[in-house]
Design a protein around this ligand. Structure first.
Ligand code: GTP
Ligand code: MG
Length: 198
């Protein structure tokens, strides 16, 4: 493994719309709580604990911002749709996120993160549809692939490709923060977004 990619914690805020403008292109990591968003960010950056990970889902209700070298901003928002939160709260959260994504001037794309052990949830499918309709570039990471046997893994990948009808099937990749599977694929996608936006 190469050394850590230089990245710094810029700050956290519960209200990202009030954030000071940042001139860097952003990549936002969306997904249900506890699927491994922060671990995926750390893996991409070859960092151990830059992005806070936790075993208590839904603890963080903030958007965290990480600057990557001089060229990117990674956004780690709170996980959506965790079970303990009331539907009204969830609806409010989705609306907030929607407003944020529409306002993000420099949004390069979204990494939609799902736990490979489970079928995509209705909220994931809704997000995928919304991203496609909004013409926002997206890559789909199926995390914790290390926890599946070969056959379960193949089954889960096929299921995700079938269920995520709005996704380009080439944009769906198994991922593991432990084995680092999928890391290169996600980086390649982010680099291709950067090239297109240049
Ligand atoms: P919230 O910030 O609460 O929304 O969670 P998150 O999506 O950022 O998940 P986080 O990265 O904190 O990971 C949640 C738990 O899953 C932690 O205990 C991680 O160690 C574990 N985990 C994350 N990714 C992987 C993976 O690829 N493989 C395995 N085996 N465990 C993982
Ligand atoms: Mg997290």
């Amino acid at each position: 493994m190469k050394g850590p990619i230089p990245a710094t914690f810029v700050g956290g805020t519960p209200n990202p719309l009030l954030r000071r403008r940042n001139p860097l292109p952003e990549v936002i990591f969306l997904g249900r709580s506890n699927v491994g968003k922060s671990s995926l960010i750390n893996c991409l950056l070859n960092q151990k604990k830059l992005a806070r990970t936790s075993s208590t889902p839904g603890k963080t209700r903030q958007f965290f911002f990480y600057q990557v070298e001089e060229r990117l901003l990674f956004v780690d928002p709170p996980g959506y749709g965790y079970a303990q939160v009331a539907q009204t709260e969830r609806t409010r959260w989705i609306r907030e996120l929607d407003r944020y994504l529409r306002k993000a001037e420099m949004l390069l794309g979204v990494v939609l993160v799902m736990d490979m052990r489970h079928a995509p949830l209705p909220i994931d499918l809704e997000m995928a549809q919304w991203l496609a309709e909004s013409k926002i570039a997206a890559v789909y990471a199926l995390t914790k692939s290390d926890k599946l046997t070969r056959s379960k893994r193949a089954e889960a990948l096929a299921r995700a490709k079938r269920d995520l009808t709005f996704a380009d099937s080439g944009a769906i990749t198994p991922f593991s923060a432990q084995t680092r599977e999928g890391r290169d694929e996600v980086w390649q996608t982010i680099e291709s977004w950067l090239q297109k936006s240049a």
